[in-house]
Design a protein around this ligand. Sequence first.
Ligand code: PEP
Ligand code: CO
Length: 456
Amino acid sequence: MTTVPLPTSAAGDWTPDSWRSRPAVQQPEWPDAAALADSLGEIRAMPPLVFAGEARSLREQLEAAGEGRAFLLVAGDCAESFEAFSADAIRDKLKVILQMSVVLTYGSGVPTIKVGRMAGQFSKPRSSPVEVRDGVELPSFRGDTVNDFAFEAAARRPDPRRLVRAYHQSAATLNLVRAFTKGGFADLTRVHAWNQEFVAATPEGQRYETLAGEIERALRFMEACGIDLHAELQMHQVDFWVAHEALLLEYEEALTRRDSLSGDWYDCSAHMLWIGERTRQLDGAHVEFLAGVHNPVGVKLGAEVGPDDVVGLCQALNPTREPGRLVLFTRMGADRVGEALPPLIRAVQAANHPVVWACDPMHANTFSHASGYKTRRFDDIMRELHGFFAVCEAADVRPGGVHVELTGENVTECLGGSDSVLDHHLEERYETMCDPRLNAFQSLDLAFEVAALLQR
Ligand code: PEP
Ligand code: CO
């Protein structure tokens, strides 16, 4: 039996700061407590970034994903950056996510729930608190919310003003995303316009053009039948949600607000939050914090997690067994998923917990290339996805979604894909601040393969 203390939400005495009584790993050591308090006070006084009602709508959609009536796509940068922040970058990321979701929906026949790793995905857990280069030891880069990427002592010093800047950049990002997705950019009649030039020249881009052509013909057919597509709101607007890893609990706490309608607490920094592989300790601060907020939450699960721990997480984070509340993102590696995932599914089924099973095929397939770059092979990513779908099918659970790291730009960070990025290409456009991302045509390639898996 597990002897870890239950989150305080079980006893009804959870508060936004009750996580402070539990061990919190992966937190920065802020050198100036007064400056930190100032920044957090400023954020506490700011408006929420999302609203409780939106988080509830997402929860309803995730309930459908758990039952095979929808499919979740979480996608975006490993780490957003202050420097690479631009309207073009946001637009291009949105384009590729919209393209992927069209491919997925067309293939699967069910709606795609679009969630951007955006508007708050800044903070990174690190395998070591320090980084050593040529005998010089400095604090690790923890994401733009904490310190600067440059390998210099002053740059690596945690600076709490960065939390405030992250809040404002998140607000600006979300504002643009809302404008794009509600203001006509995501209109289904613009399905061709999302194919960027450099993508259109690739086999995936051409495959997408063919599909977009079929959609256009279908729309014209509906119009010819007298259906007024202009009157259909669904044609012109899409729901687009944002999510990030709830890593820096001081920041998350500062944006946690009580919903005036339900009286429940919501973390209003994003629609959905997730707990990373390194911070999912049952008795830890991250589980305690997310247990008390009512947003949909996710947990990353590596190959080493045990069935008891997973059931413990379900119990802690979703004691009332609310469908759509909890997404389990497995990230086990192409070679491990077949053996590591089935016992977890059996345990969760036996405990009768409704969860959305989703696959992050990125994080356990990362390796250091001989050239020094951290990379991933497209083939390994696809092998993990195939393994995940096979395990779900054998266990009779619905594959509920995928979680990928991508960018709309033409980077060369992951190897392979049908318009291949080869070993010697890595150095050409390796731009990520953290993990290697799929570029736009690799992302489309993945969407076509996942659509085929969903069709089976
Ligand atoms: C991430 O999603 O960028 C990440 C760090 O993932 P994980 O917690 O699964 O390692
Ligand atoms: Co990552």
